[in-house]
Design a protein around this ligand. Structure first.
Ligand SMILES: Nc1nc2c(c(=O)[nH]1)N[C@H]1C(S)=C(S)[C@@H](COP(=O)(O)O)O[C@H]1N2
Ligand SMILES: [Mo]
Length: 509
């Protein structure tokens, strides 16, 4: 027991010390977070897609917990191997330390300062192990001389070891907690609160009555900020205060720009209602949401910088190292209104949606057009490869026409007879013309559509169905305003978005 405990305390102590130093210096250099982030970057794409599908927004928590369990087990084993000599344990802790340092080195945005936390963590782990090991009761004496040791106050023995390890535990818990507090409260939240509401110079047209069918089971037309889907590779949400914020625009331009948050806020802001969609969304999946985004049209910024001939993509970089490439001609289109967004539904961007500044591009999947925590725009050619392209996703990816059934829910039991089915459909840049529904491969029936808000937003549908008692398969398909009807061919999200009809099975009784 004591042997395993020494290993565990040394490992947890190392992580806590690293977390504390990272909280003081540079949050993302915490070895625990740096290893997790590097693990995400190294994870093969199918596993990542699986994790997003299985655990949704909890995928990172699952990863961190999994890492924790593995570390504790290895540490306990290291402790048990070191009953006689501390060397095996010191080797294992040393390897842990090296992994933490390597992970910090692999983080693209961490400088030399980022190495302090993992180095301190490694030293703290080795020292704790060495020290507790010396204090530990020897296994041969532990059994026979138990009573004698317990009595000999001040001498080496089990009681003294328990006191020592209790004190170490308290110190470890305190430094881990302080580190977490520091990491959690660095600037960004405060600076977000100080901004108040974000008021556009040109408001989006109001959402008309009848734009959704929430009574029939669709989501509300505008997604409340806390419900907006979230997909990103950031284990810890980057916390960028507006003080000192800079957006650099460079590369194949006539004039480099270097814009502060106030420079952006000071421009005439426009508001646009946009339905965002993630390329990883499976047919019927949840990664689609709508918001009133407020920001500066990217076109204005690009025109001010002066795009030089030959530039093909706007290569955007996030403060967390994530990169994306958006075709220049799309961003320059007059009616597209791609935004350098500052606000969502009247509020500054929530931290997890890219505070203080992100991109949003109507009609393109988010991975190549919606960089969050945006700090850099480089005009370049498609030779420069982005985060997702390296992982097999397409260089260009307009959002595909899709539809989803929200009611009845999958495997729902409902009373036989008349029932209302409802859902959503989207075909950004084109608009939805028609949604049809069929039951058990019967004839297609046309659903009623909600009032259209714009071509860049989703549209709701509902239909009355008559269900006989028994199991039923309900399918839907959308036709967009170009005349294209969704194909029934099922393809997976990779490389440029899923296709196929959403179908659900329900039971009428
Ligand atoms: N910095 C950063 N920006 C990012 C991502 C990311 O992983 N990191 N994910 C992209 C993807 S895949 C999508 S679909 C959208 C999702 O934006 P949301 O989380 O605000 O819905 O953000 C994009 N911007
Ligand atoms: Mo995405």
């Amino acid at each position: 027991m004591a042997a395993a405990l020494i290993g565990v305390l040394a490992a947890v102590g190392a992580l806590a010390a690293g977390h504390l130093v990272a909280g003081l210096l540079e949050p993302s250099s915490s070895p625990y977070l740096a290893v997790g982030n590097t693990a995400i970057d190294l994870t093969p794409e199918p596993v990542k897609a699986f994790a997003i599908e299985q655990f949704g927004e909890n995928d990172k928590i699952v990863l961190l917990l999994g890492m924790g369990v593995v570390i504790l087990l290895l540490a306990a084993v290291a402790g048990l191997l070191s009953r006689r000599s501390p060397v095996p344990g010191l080797i294992v802790i040393g390897v842990f330390g090296a992994v933490g340092i390597a992970a910090a080195l692999a983080r693209p945005t961490l400088g030399v300062l980022g190495l302090v936390a993992p180095v301190v963590a490694a030293l703290a782990g080795l020292a704790t192990f060495w020290w507790l090991h010396r204090k530990a009761p020897r296994p041969e004496v532990a059994d026979d001389e138990d009573a004698e040791q317990a009595d000999s106050s001040g001498g080496s023995g089990r009681r003294r070891f328990l006191i020592t390890s209790g004190a170490v535990t308290a110190g470890v818990a305190a430094s881990g907690a302080v580190g977490q507090l520091l990491i959690g409260s660095r600037g960004a939240e405060q600076s977000r609160r100080a901004i108040g509401r974000i008021v556009p110079a040109r408001k989006a047209p109001p959402i008309p009555a009848g734009a959704d069918f929430t009574g029939a089971g669709t989501p509300p037309f505008l997604t409340p900020n806390p419900d907006f889907y979230r997909v990103d590779t950031a284990l810890r949400v980057p916390r960028l205060p507006t003080d000192g914020y800079r957006l650099r625009v460079h590369g194949m331009v006539e004039r480099e720009l270097n814009l502060s948050y106030d420079d952006l806020m000071g421009r005439p802001l426009v508001e646009k209602t946009i339905t965002m969609t993630c390329v990883s969304n499976q047919v019927g999946g949840p990664y689609v949401s709508t918001s009133n985004f407020v920001g500066v049209p990217i076109r204005d910024i690009l025109n001010e910088a002066g795009v030089r001939p030959g530039a093909e993509q706007v290569f955007s970089t996030s403060v967390d190292g994530y990169t994306a490439g958006t075709p220049v001609e799309v961003l320059l289109e007059r009616d597209r209104d791609a935004l350098i967004a500052l606000g969502m539904n009247g509020e500054p961007l929530p931290l997890e949606h890219g505070f203080p500044v992100r991109m949003v591009t109507p009609g393109l999947y988010g991975y190549l057009s919606a960089t969050k925590w945006l700090v850099d725009l480089e005009l370049t050619t498609f030779d420069k490869v982005t985060y997702w392209e390296e992982r097999g996703w397409a260089e260009r990816a307009p959002i595909k026409t899709q539809s989803r059934i929200d009611r009845p829910g999958a495997f729902q039991k409902l009373p036989a007879g008349r029932t209302t089915a409802a859902g959503i459909a989207w075909a950004q840049q084109t608009g939805i013309e028609r949604v049809e529904v069929r039951v058990d491969s019967g004839p297609w029936q046309e659903a009623e559509l909600s009032t259209q808000v714009g071509v860049d937003t989703w549209r709701m549908w509902r239909i009355e169905l008559d269900l006989e008692p028994g199991g039923h398969n309900i399918e839907c398909r959308a036709t967009d305003r170009s005349g294209y009807t969704q194909t029934s061919d099922r393809v997976p999200p990779i490389p440029d978005g899923a296709t196929g009809w959403h179908s659900i099975f329900c039971t009428a009784q």
